[in-house]
Ligand binder design. Structure first.
Ligand code: NAP
Length: 506
């Protein structure tokens, strides 16, 4: 059995996941004297999303001045939205600078986490049979960790090559091949224009059109870069501007009948200017309220659809054949079509509502988190679940953002979790657990805030199988920052280390 290194500066903390969430939590805890931190990461390197998603054109679509830790601002980003390699290098650099890189144990896949009520400790079991132990557990695996590949009839019969956008096969040469892309979300929109010029034929299978806004993402011109480096306050001003711009997107999503219409009109103008061919335009056009699904930022995707070697197919995929994909007949007469392909790229997103599952998480009295969430995932501020003492989630239920930067949310979560652990330590308690009534009330209030917003007006990856929106925060970044800034100890129960656990505060 492996034990986290012991010292005086407890509690001992295990973090699962070394992406922006896990790394940020480790930095926050250690800065505040909680030093016994171990990070378990299943990949061979830290980075999370930014390790796995290396497809051509992968980049953030929130400008880097905001898509970065507030305490580790860089003045020399190469572009408005940095490419994957630059973001990954940034995360490494921050982890190294804050001395948490060495805390990451790579190649450790966690299969189960169990709360030991008698000892008030978490046992974390990796799939290779090692058990780790700590006082507190932070699950920072997020929402976009597990690629989703829909089940389509005949997929196993396809004789060509295939891979998911989040596991790009860089060893497979796409040049000169007939390539099919299934899905037209944020990932496809980034790589389609990158691969279109080199493939022989690109067939893009779209189920739903999207709303677009411009993003050229050119390299910063050297003068502007120098200004960021040298003019005091300019970097901070830029970050503030991006923050407010992002909040304006949320404003549009929250008010679909007013500000949302302005956003839709802007998007419509942009899309019309990009799509000259009326047939492609009609096919690509979205049929749902602006902002219900993620608004996509690209000035290159729609023009790529009009290339001679690219076809946008909106007929439903019926089945795979050994030679390619067969689509159903469209509304126009016909018997459907077979699209012959050498390679299929799944750009079909992630199992967003599964969160950390299939990992098993067993809390107090043996309660299984999967069962606890059978009616839909929910957690106080996306972090704390009643019945699961000393456990915290990062990028958990209802903390995704459609307009803002997830790094802002992750930093707020790291600070809130640190405050919880400081409470644990200062009270000499062994366990901290959110009160069930507090969590239930905050969930009710949060769900009510979706009423009337664009998010409720279509189906999307934000909803679980019951239709409940379980991934998104219903408001603004600033609201989440306010709600999490100061942990209210009255929202929690604290227990001492005895059996049965003594309640220190009821
Ligand atoms: P996604 O947005 O979930 O898109 C998946 C696509 O696959 C959608 O077009 C979906 O169509 C389609 N699809 C799913 N199942 C299908 C099926 N059975 N048949 C046909 N089409 C199917 O996934 P993603 O593009 O990987 O992006 C996921 C999230 O990751 C984004 O929303 C964003 O939050 C994040 N992301 C961010 C960036 C960035 O910051 N730069 C880049 C990439 C991703 P429907 O719309 O009809 O469901």
């Amino acid at each position: 059995m492996y034990r986290a290194p012991s010292a005086n500066a407890g509690p001992e903390v295990l973090i699962v996941g070394a992406g922006f969430g896990g790394i940020g939590a480790a930095i926050e805890l250690r800065r505040h004297g909680i030093e016994q931190v171990t990070i378990l990461e299943k990949a061979p390197d830290l980075g999370g999303t930014w390790f796995y998603n290396s497809y051509p054109g992968a980049a953030c679509d929130v400008p880097s001045h905001l898509y970065s830790y507030s305490y580790a601002q860089r003045r020399n980003w190469s572009r408005l939205c940095s490419p994957q390699a630059e973001i990954h290098a940034y995360l490494h650099e921050v982890a190294r600078t804050h001395d948490v890189e060495r805390l990451v144990h790579t190649g450790v896949e966690v299969g189960a986490c169990t709360w030991d009520e008698e000892r008030c400790r978490w046992s974390v079991h990796s799939t290779d049979g090692t058990t780790y132990e700590a006082d507190a557990l932070i699950i920072a695996t997020g929402q976009l960790d597990q690629p989703a590949v829909p089940s389509i009839a005949g997929a196993e019969s396809f004789a060509g090559h295939s891979f998911h956008s989040a596991a790009w096969d860089h060893s497979y040469p796409l040049a000169g091949k007939r390539v099919g892309v299934i899905g037209t979300g944020a990932s496809a929109v980034q790589f389609v224009p990158e691969i279109a010029p080199s493939v022989a034929q690109l067939t893009v299978f779209q189920r739903t059109g999207n709303w677009f806004l411009p993003r050229h993402n050119r390299r910063y011109n050297p003068l502007l870069k120098r200004a960021f480096e040298r003019v005091p306050g300019l970097q901070a001003l830029r970050r503030r501007f991006v923050f407010e711009y992002a909040e304006s997107l949320t404003l549009a999503i929250r008010h679909p009948e007013t500000i949302g219409r302005v956003g839709a009109a802007r998007s419509e103008r942009f899309m019309r200017s990009q799509l000259k061919d009326p047939h492609t335009r009609a096919r690509a056009w979205p049929d749902y309220t602006f902002g219900c699904k993620r608004i996509l930022f690209s000035s290159h995707y729609l023009p790529a659809l009009e290339r001679a070697n690219v076809e946008l197919v909106t007929d439903a995929i019926e089945r795979f054949t050994p030679a390619g994909i067969h689509t159903a007949a469209s509304s126009a007469p016909g018997d459907g079509r077979e699209h012959e392909l050498d390679c299929v790229i799944w750009a079909t997103g992630f199992k967003t509502t599964d969160f950390m599952f299939p990992m098993r998480v067993g809390g107090r009295e043996g309660v299984d988190l999967h069962e606890h969430w059978s009616g839909g995932a929910h957690a106080h501020l996306g972090m704390c679940v009643p019945g699961f003492p000393n456990m915290f989630l990062m990028y958990g239920p209802n903390t995704n953002t459609s307009g803002g930067s997830i790094i802002v949310y992750l930093e707020a979560q790291a600070s809130y979790i640190r405050q919880a652990l400081q409470q644990l330590r200062s009270r000499g308690a062994a366990a901290i657990e959110v009160r069930a009534e507090v969590e239930a009330a905050s969930d009710r209030e949060l769900q009510a805030r979706f009423a009337g917003t664009a998010w409720t007006r279509c189906d999307s990856w934000y909803r679980d199988e019951h239709g409940r929106i379980v991934t998104n925060w219903p408001g603004y970044m600033r609201e989440y920052l306010q709600r999490t800034a100061q942990l209210d100890a009255d929202d929690f129960r604290f227990s001492a280390l005895e059996k049965p656990a003594t309640v220190l505060s009821a």
